[in-house]
Design a protein around this ligand. Sequence first.
Ligand code: GRF
Length: 206
Amino acid sequence: MKNLGILISGRGSNMESILKAIAKKKIPITPSIVISNRPDAKGLKIAEKLGVKTEVVESKGFKGTRWDYDQEIIRVLKKHGVSQKNGLVCLAGFMRIISPEFVKKYKNRIINIHPALLPSFPGLDSQRQALEYGSKYSGCTVHFVNAGMDTGPIIIQAVVKIKEDDTEESLSKRILKEEHKIYPKAVSLFAQDKIKVQGRKTIISV
Ligand code: GRF
């Protein structure tokens, strides 16, 4: 079985959906460690309640380069068995850009969830971007992390219709509901070796 490391910065609702799916035996993977860059991340308490180990690698005031910081993260991941050979790293609201060196070391082993239909609206405040643009549909995307910003091969997407009276809050809420469905699904596919990466594309075997 593969080992899962989840990186968070805050609320941790996506992490929670993954950990609960694992607890219900819906995903064949070991939840090895949850790491936060912020000591006050709410998700840390949720992970502890669910019986998953947590560690904090504080980024505020960290002296060193981005890669120095990421090496600390890698050290903690490896300590808990989340290796380059047998690990999966899920970014779940981790509010930091990952260094290219980290991406390279864990090639096609780091995945992220983004609250828009990529390649539309990468970066921050995607729900607001979609509303301001006047999109009729948005959604969410689980994708592999590459050296770019939200540009890696797409694994799963879910579509959410935008209503005329939507606010950033109401749209975010409906998108989040879909995030909680597709992220555990993507982790499950990875855990079962059902995702092949071919260039920019992923081929999913069912
Ligand atoms: C989610 O909207 C996710 O798509 C984005 O950050 C948010 C994290 O929320 N990357 P949570 O911490 O999982 O509740």
